[in-house]
Design a protein around this ligand. Sequence first.
Ligand code: PRP
Ligand code: ZN
Ligand code: MG
Length: 223
Amino acid sequence: MTDRLTIAIQKSGRLSKESMALLNACGVKFSVNEARLIAHSTSHPIDLLRVRDDDIPGLVMDGVVDLGLVGENVLEEVRLERIATDSVAAYQPLRGLEFGQCRLSLAVPRESQYQSLQDLDGLRVATTYPQLLKRYLKDNGVNARTVMLTGSVEVAPRAGLAEAICDLVSTGATLEANGLVEKDVIFRSQAQLIQRADSLSEEKQAMIDQLLPRIDGVQMARE
Ligand code: PRP
Ligand code: ZN
Ligand code: MG
């Protein structure tokens, strides 16, 4: 039986389409059944695992999958979380990819008196990225409280849950639509290809070694 290489990608979200397009451009063919978690490649001994982006770093760090395509924001958040809880947090970064660009930013309501980061002292900041936010606040000596929300972070100020938010921004449309103004960029992100830290079988490693120059070629051609 051939050893199949497993790659975790985001099931639906900002990275999904481009993750699939990149693999396709590298000659790795798939037909995805929306209802299925796993898609088998028809051209290579490769299986795609379609999961929530938040689960991708952990699957790679635990060695459940061989490769993962994930946003650096999610990757760094999970890494910090795992370090804080003494869990395995190792992985091998392979390539920064030229898609999924976004930034994690602090934003406040338009009518806020906010002038500098210190103004957050004693206030509540809602976010899905508590580790990245806490590190930034600590590095800047600000004593704000972190309110963890897994979604709809942009409505937290209006709902009275927090005075500020820390969330992903790409076009800025979500902030605009919710009467929020971006103040500080705390983390810049793009998609990254990562590999599990332990060594793989010769066949699997050979497949990765063949895939990487193709990825470089695809990215070069897009420039
Ligand atoms: C992020 C963020 C905002 C939106 C910002 O959500 O939470 O909702 O993108 O993008 P914009 O500046 O282009 O409006 P994402 O799409 O990652 O989904 P999620 O909130 O479900 O994780
Ligand atoms: Zn997500
Ligand atoms: Mg969102």
